[in-house]
Ligand binder design. Sequence first.
Ligand SMILES: [Zn+2]
Length: 248
Amino acid sequence: MNTKRIAILFSGGKDSTLSLLYVLKKYNQDLKEVDCLFFNYGQKNKDELFYAMSVIEKLAPGSPLNEEEVKITLHTFPVQCLFSTCNRTGLLSSTDKLEAGTKVNNLAQAFVPNRNLLFLTLGYNFCYYNDIDFLFTGSVPEAEGRGYPDNTSMFYTKVKDLLFDSSRKMIYLLSPFFNMSLEDLICFLVHGKEQDYKQHLYNLLVENTYSCHNGVRDSLPYGQGCGECGACKTREKDMNIIYKTLFG
Ligand SMILES: [Zn+2]
């Protein structure tokens, strides 16, 4: 399997950025190029692309977090038309304010039907045509019942089989979060690195990544956001874990 070039579904959020850093560390022996695939699907959060670009800028070849000088390219896919029929979903609607824990019809308020399936299919095809064997995501597996049925281990197992059957080419769909805890991932990233890598990593996550479902950019101790939506609540919890893991 070729690990010279790897693709990632990339949103500019904390988790896909950690997945990108994982790929840079894990495959640093061979890796020459990473393709970050960003989907503009009409999300309420219009600043996602800005943050995605800022992460890639911070990870320029030779920078402290990319000393191996891997070439990282951001590809944007305008796919709003694929979601134009589901604009009543909270993540796409300009009127619904999203709050942590709120559900609609037993699904998370921010759930977008088949979004992951569409992104994975398009990413799979990108890999297919560019002869790439690995497609990473920043997906963090959700327990059944949390309202994101397309983000569970069972979903990924099924979609791997489905995409193989419909293409007859095996491309490995992976996320570091399916195999390790957030603490273990951070420890893996900093292992063997200089001390200042920790501060660069923390600053990158706070200043250059963004996850707020409501598209709010209020200044918070752990980055920018509304502080109330599920993404902001998760970000607060995770950044606390990351800080403790990095600095004790
Ligand atoms: Zn928020």
